[in-house]
Design a protein around this ligand. Structure first.
Ligand SMILES: [Zn+2]
Length: 257
């Protein structure tokens, strides 16, 4: 099982840039503010689904090695579901899927702390970027359309203005030879060569409710451009981390610089 100490050690090494916004069963919930004296702020998040660990390790690696080289400031939630992370579970300690409960004054501490924090700081992000994973062995559920689980990466891009979309560039710029999921639909949403474009590609009734973190952020005016990236847990961790960080690097180069 992953050890939360890995998160604590990296975040604490960043010194005063990190802030504990609350505790969940004794685990500190962190936000990290990386200030590069830039005009734009980007919101990065990982680990809302506790078993999708590549997002957490991508956030840690990004903060440690890469964040200072971009002309953007970052607000990073490296591990949004610590109790799921340490148990290798998608849900939190109470068995709840935390990514279906946003914008509804939900009482779970992971959501309360983050919503309260976000409402206390300026609410304008050039883009938001949430990192997820998929497991080919997830138990199937009607919410996911019953078509099974991809074994290759893909991403969601929410941007109303078609001319501002860059999802296909992000796929094109993946490390050479990286396949993406080419299914016509993923969890009922319309997929084109690894990119699901919202709002019009959203056909999944659960995602249409906008209660995921990445749905909540644009709905509540935090951003006009939201990404969710997905990697397959069947791949080795380093390769999954590289996919998330390649997608993020593309987004930063196309949207910020
Ligand atoms: Zn997920």
């Amino acid at each position: 099982m992953p050890d939360y100490k890995e998160v604590v050690d990296v975040v604490e090494s960043l010194g005063r840039r990190s802030l504990v916004i609350g505790e969940v069963l004794g685990y500190p919930l962190y936000v990290v503010h990386i200030n590069n004296n830039a005009q734009n702020m980007v919101l990065l998040s990982g680990g809302i689904h506790g078993d999708e660990i590549a997002g957490v390790y991508s956030a840690l690696k990004f903060m440690r090695e890469k964040a200072s080289s971009y002309d953007a400031n970052f607000l990073v939630f490296p591990c949004m579901n610590p109790t799921g992370f340490v148990k290798g579970k998608l849900e939190n300690y109470a068995g709840e899927n935390l990514n279906r409960l946003w914008g509804q004054n939900c009482a779970y501490p992971e959501i309360r702390y983050v919503e309260n924090f976000l409402s206390s700081v300026p609410r304008s992000y050039a883009f938001t970027f949430g990192m997820h994973e998929t497991d080919p062995f997830y138990e199937d559920h009607p919410e996911w359309g019953g078509t099974g689980f991809p074994t290759e990466p893909w991403l969601y891009e929410q941007q109303e203005e078609v001319s501002k979309r860059i999802g296909h560039l992000m796929v094109d710029e993946l490390p050479q030879g990286t396949p993406v999921c080419d299914w016509p639909t993923i969890y009922d949403d319309i997929n084109l060569h690894g990119v699901i474009s919202y709002p019009e590609g959203c056909m999944n009734p659960v995602y249409l409710e906008g209660t995921t973190f990445e749905g909540f952020l644009p709905t509540f005016g935090f951003t006009k451009h939201a990404f969710t990236t997905e990697t397959p847990k069947g791949w080795e961790l380093e390769k999954r981390v590289n996919v998330h960080l390649s997608f993020l690097d593309s987004a930063l180069r196309h949207l910020i610089n």
